[in-house]
Design a protein around this ligand. Structure first.
Ligand SMILES: [Ca+2]
Ligand SMILES: [Ca+2]
Length: 458
């Protein structure tokens, strides 16, 4: 099926572009203009090549967030008051923002953010200046159970359960410019009993499992019970412009995805994330039938209730993500769709040089019927157990040789490579919602498949 695109000529492409433009619509999300992106550690990521820094538009997608805007009250906290923080948050009036001065804040008991509109951030705006350290004590570091809570500009590390756990009613939450490091279980979790935490934005943040954190991963609940974002029964999340790194286990267990929405989640928008050396990239749904209590919607009344009508994920968009693995025996799947109905998979680059890779893209079970357009994939795409793409065009099979030779992360295509010139540059079709590439640059009128629009020809 993948070879089909190579035969598509210009006329067909133009026609298809028109049809696609008319048919594509974002399921649930209006187009949200990109606003900002976090700076990237270029020492780790490599130079990018062709005179481009890795993120040439740094700042455009991720401008600085000042949490004092719209705050009803601002409370300044020093590390000396770390032990008082929990009680102060507990008794805060709605709209209070806690600004923490630089330092390490030991968190021995979960911070319960259960008042609407409250926030926590550093005084400096730099995430490395303030560290909430759970030291694997117990529970989660932060639990969110109220609307419009903001967590920004700081670091959270070493949780026994989750670094941030959205429980009931955490609607409209925002996780912004946060460094999330070393969770024993999933880094950001959403699970609810009564009211799901919908419309949460996780943006411009960095998730990393370090070598020193990896031995702490929970291997009792499953062999490798961790992952980046793990959201059950959640609707309308927006996960954008983040980095996920090294979320894998070395004990033979398979980590959950860097970004995973399942158990009848809906309308997730996952865009422009960089996912490096994680065991699995992005997942919508998991398994053929429900594993725990799913969620129903008025227009999908039985979707989460009975095994025969189960849908793992409804709608949603996965676009402009860069999913790279160059490790060995760690990488399983780039994008996994399991009972994921109506997903749009556009302009992603998925490349693995890991010999144990199962699939760049895995389309599984009968409800999975994605529209797959303008992706770069290597090595394999699978349709299995009755799953198949509804639309599959202009997806190009790339090889590591297509990328810059001095770029160990395979972040940049080599514009001089003959295959890049003929198979990728300007060969995509116009897809609504993908106007901005991974760098925050506008795509030209002839889009290039993959996450990055190539620099113009000189
Ligand atoms: Ca182009
Ligand atoms: Ca670009």
């Amino acid at each position: 099926m993948r070879s089909f695109h190579l035969l598509v000529g210009t006329v067909v492409v133009a026609t298809t572009a028109l049809i696609l433009f008319q048919n594509c619509s974002l399921t649930g999300h209006p187009f949200r203009p990109a606003s900002w992106r976090a700076p990237v550690d270029e020492n780790t990521l490599g130079s990018g090549g062709v005179g481009n820094p890795v993120i040439p538009e740094a700042g455009k997608l991720c401008p600085e967030l000042d949490p004092r805007i719209n705050a009803v009250q601002v409370e300044r906290i020093s590390p000396a008051r770390a032990t008082a923080l929990r009680g102060l948050i507990q008794s805060a009036v709605p709209g209070t923002v806690f600004l923490l001065e630089p330092g390490v804040y030991p968190i021995s008991e979960t911070l319960q953010m259960n008042t609407p509109g409250i926030g926590i951030a550093s005084t400096t705006g730099r995430r490395e200046d303030v560290i909430l350290d759970g030291n694997y004590n117990s529970g989660s570091v932060i639990e969110v159970s109220a609307k419009n809570v903001t967590i920004a500009n700081l670091t959270i590390r070493k949780s026994y359960h989750h670094l941030i756990h959205f429980v009931d009613n955490g609607i409209g939450g925002r996780v912004y410019n946060v460094k999330l490091e070393d969770a024993r279980q999933q880094f950001v979790k959403s699970s609810s009993v009564t009211t799901a935490s919908d419309n949460v934005e996780v943006a411009c943040s960095e998730f990393q499992l370090t070598n020193s954190g990896r031995p702490h991963v929970d291997s009792d609940s499953s062999d490798c019970y961790t992952g980046g974002i793990d959201a059950h029964r959640s609707r309308g999340w927006w996960v954008r412009d983040n980095q996920f790194r090294d979320i894998y286990c070395t004990n033979g267990g398979l980590a959950e995805h860097a970004v995973h929405f399942w158990n009848s989640s809906r309308d997730s928008l996952v865009e422009r994330n960089i996912i490096l050396n994680c065991a699995r990239g992005i997942g919508f749904g998991l398994g053929q039938t429900r594993e725990s209590v799913g969620r129903t919607y008025s227009d999908y009344p039985n979707v989460g209730v009975t095994a025969t009508t189960y849908i793992g994920h409804i709608g949603g968009v996965i676009r402009g993500n860069l999913i790279i693995a160059n490790t060995q025996n760690r990488f399983d799947t780039g994008i996994g769709l399991e009972q994921a109905q109506g997903a749009l998979v556009h302009h992603n680059t998925i490349v693995s040089t890991d010999a144990s890779t199962f699939a760049a893209l895995d389309i599984r079970f009968a409800n999975s019927d994605p529209e797959v357009v303008n992706n770069l994939v290597y090595p394999k795409v699978f349709n299995r157990d009755g799953g198949s793409a509804k639309t599959y065009i202009m997806n190009v099979s790339v090889e590591p040789g297509f990328f810059m030779a001095d770029d160990k992360w395979l972040l940049r295509l080599d514009p001089e490579n003959p295959d890049v010139k003929t198979k990728i540059r300007d060969q995509g079709v116009v897809v609504l919602g993908s106007e901005i590439d991974l760098d925050g640059e506008d795509r030209d009128a002839k889009p290039d498949p993959g996450a990055d629009e190539l620099p113009p020809l000189k």
